[in-house]
Design a protein around this ligand. Structure first.
Ligand code: 5AD
Ligand code: SF4
Length: 484
C-alpha cells in the first residue's frame, strides 16, 4: 500500500536512495520541484493527457502513471493536447499500432505550438524493438519511451529527461522486481483493478503478449489482501482481480496458493461488495474454482472465458491446449454449479488455415454456449509469433464475410438473453453520469450488463435495486426500485 508518510520522509538533498520505492519517491519530489518552477515559466498550472489503449492491465498501469504525474504537479484535463501527453499503448492487433502513429503525427504539429509539451509512450508496443527503433529514427520529438516492466520508474526517467532535455528511451526485455507501494489514482473512487499476477506463459501461437509482458509472476497473497483492504477503507466496493491468466495464479510462488484459495480470502474482506476477475484460460479452470465461485457471495455472476475458436484443429494450431468438446464440457460443469452465471468470450476469425468447416464449429459452440456477449476479432498477424509464419493465411474477403456472420449470430443470442431478464429487479452498482443524457446514471449488474436509469449523481458508487424495464439489445433501461 502507498503510504504518504513514507513518501514525506524521503528528502531531496544528496544522492537518490538505492532501494525502492524510496528511490522513486525521491525522483517524484525532484520532478515536483521542477514542475513548480515550470508552471511559473509557463504561466499556468501544468496539464496532462493520459491516453490508454488496450486491456484492463493497461488501464491499471495508467492509474499508477496518473498518480505519479499528479503528485509531480500535472492535472488531468480530458483534452487530447496538454503539457504532458502519454500514450499507454497496446500491440495485440496491428491496427492499435497504426493508431499510435496517427496520433503522433497530430502531436508533432501541436508541439510546434507548445514547445513545453512532453510526449511519452509506454505499454506493450514499446516492448517491440522494431517499433522503438522506428520512433527513435522518425519521431525524434517523442521525449520519453518506457516499457511494461519499468512503469514504476516513471519519475526517475522523467527527471533524467528534464535534466538532459533529450529523448530518454528505457525498455527492459525482462521484468525484474515487483515494486509495491507506489501511489495509484483511481478512475472511479468506488471500483478498481488489482493486479494479482503479471505476464503470461501460455504462448498461444497468435499472441504477442508473452513476448511483451514477459513470464508469469504472481504477487504475494499478503500484498494483494493488504492492497484490497486498504482500497476498501478508501471507499472501494468493487474490485477486479487482474492477470493474463488468473487461473494459474500462485504457481510461481514459493508458498503455493491457488486462485480459488485467493478468491476465498478476498471474499472474506469486510466491506468489499463485489469481486470480478479477468482473464480465465479454459485449460486451467479448476473444479475448485467453480466451487469457490459458487460459495463466495461477493463474486459476481460473470465469467469471461475466451474460446478463440470452436474448431479442435484450429485450437491445436493456436496452442490453446483444449478441444471443442473439452470446452463444451467445462461450460456444462460451470453451468451445473452456477446456473445464474453470464458467460462472455473472445473469438478470433480468420486464423491461418481456418476453413468453412472450422468456422462452422465456432458458430456451433456459440449457439450451444449462448454467450451473453462476445468480443470478436479479425486475426491480426503479429510478427515474431509462430502463427505469423504459418501458411494458408485466410483471404480478407472470406474473413470479413465470416466475421459478419459470427457477429449477427452473437448479437441475436445476446439480445434474446438480455430480453429474458426484463422485469427482474437486480442489484446495480451506479457508476457514472451517462455521456449522452446527463439525467441518466449508468450502472452495472453483477453479470456485467449495463443499465441506464433516471436517478441523480449522488447515487454514484452505491449498489441499488433496479427494475429492468426495457431491453435495448445489449443493455437495459431501468428504474431504481424502492429499497426494502
Ligand atoms: N489477432 C486477433 N486477435 C487477437 N487476440 C490476441 N492476439 C490476437 C491476434 N493476433 C485477441 C484474443 C484475446 C484478446 C485479448 O485479443 O481473442 O483473447
Ligand atoms: Fe495471449 Fe494466450 Fe497469454 Fe491470453 S493466454 S495473453 S491469448 S498467450
Amino acid at each position: 500500500m502507498f503510504d504518504h508518510q513514507r513518501l514525506e520522509a524521503v528528502g531531496t538533498e544528496g544522492e537518490a536512495p538505492v532501494s525502492e520505492p524510496e528511490r522513486q519517491y525521491y525522483y517524484m519530489k525532484k520532478c515536483r520541484e521542477w514542475a513548480g518552477q515550470e508552471a511559473v515559466r509557463a504561466g499556468h498550472s501544468l496539464t496532462m493527457s493520459i491516453q490508454t489503449l488496450g486491456c484492463q492491465m493497461n488501464a491499471k498501469d495508467s492509474e499508477k502513471i496518473t498518480a505519479i504525474m499528479e503528485y509531480i504537479g500535472y492535472q488531468e484535463t480530458g483534452e487530447p493536447v496538454a503539457d504532458f501527453v502519454l500514450f499507454n499503448t497496446c500491440t495485440v492487433r496491428e491496427n492499435a499500432n497504426m493508431k499510435i502513429y496517427g496520433r503522433l503525427g497530430f502531436l508533432k504539429n501541436q508541439k510546434k505550438k507548445n514547445p513545453r509539451m512532453k510526449i511519452a509512450l509506454c505499454g506493450c508496443m514499446m516492448q517491440e524493438a522494431d517499433e522503438v527503433e522506428k520512433i527513435r529514427k522518425s519521431y525524434p520529438f517523442v521525449d520519453l519511451v518506457f516499457g511494461t516492466h519499468n512503469i514504476y520508474k516513471l519519475a526517475e526517467l522523467l527527471y533524467i529527461q528534464i535534466q538532459s532535455d533529450r529523448p530518454v528511451v528505457d525498455v527492459w526485455e525482462e521484468a525484474q522486481e515487483i515494486v509495491e507501494d507506489l501511489p495509484g489514482k483511481r478512475k472511479y473512487p468506488f471500483k478498481t483493478g488489482v493486479n494479482i499476477m503479471y505476464g503470461c506463459n501460455n504462448f498461444c501461437s497468435y499472441c504477442i503478449v508473452p513476448y511483451v509482458r514477459g513470464r508469469e509472476r504472481s504477487r504475494e497473497p499478503e500484498e494483494i489482501l493488504r492492497e484490497v483492504r486498504g482500497l476498501v477503507e478508501d471507499g472501494v466496493v468493487e474490485i477486479m482481480l487482474l492477470g493474463q491468466n488468473v487461473n494459474s495464479y500462485g504457481k510461481t510462488l514459493e508458498k503455493k496458493i491457488s486462485f480459488a484459495q485467493l478468491l476465498r480470502q478476498v471474499n472474506g474482506i469486510p466491506g468489499l461488495q463485489r469481486i470480478r476477475f479477468m482473464t480465465s484460460h479454459p485449460k486451467d479452470l479448476s473444479d475448485e474454482l467453480i466451487a469457490a465461485m459458487a460459495e463466495c457471495d461477493k463474486v459476481c455472476t460473470h465469467l469471461h472465458l475466451p474460446l478463440q475458436s470452436g474448431s479442435t484443429k484450429i485450437l491445436e494450431k493456436m496452442n490453446r491446449r483444449y478441444t471443442k468438446e473439452g470446452y463444451l464440457e467445462l461450460v456444462s460443469r460451470i453451468r451445473e454449479r452456477l446456473p445464474e452465471l453470464s458467460l462472455t468470450t473472445d473469438i478470433i476469425v480468420g486464423f491461418p488455415g481456418e476453413t468453412e468447416e472450422d468456422f462452422l464449429d465456432t458458430l456451433d459452440v456459440v449457439r450451444r454456449v449462448r454467450y451473453d456477449s462476445a468480443y470478436t476479432f479479425i486475426y491480426s498477424k503479429r510478427s515474431g509469433t509462430p502463427a505469423a509464419a504459418m501458411e494458408d493465411q485466410v483471404p480478407e474477403e472470406t474473413v470479413r464475410e465470416r466475421f459478419a456472420r459470427l457477429l449477427k449470430e452473437i448479437q441475436a443470442i445476446s439480445a434474446e438473453i438480455t430480453d429474458s431478464r426484463v422485469g427482474q429487479t437486480v442489484p446495480v452498482l451506479m457508476e457514472e453520469i451517462n455521456a449522452q443524457d446527463s439525467t441518466l446514471i449508468t450502472g452495472r449488474l453483477s453479470n456485467n450488463a449495463v443499465v441506464h436509469c433516471k436517478t441523480d449523481a449522488s447515487q454514484i458508487g452505491r449498489i441499488l435495486p433496479v427494475k429492468l424495464m426495457e431491453s435495448r439489445g445489449f443493455y437495459y433501461m431501468g428504474e431504481v426500485a424502492d429499497q426494502p
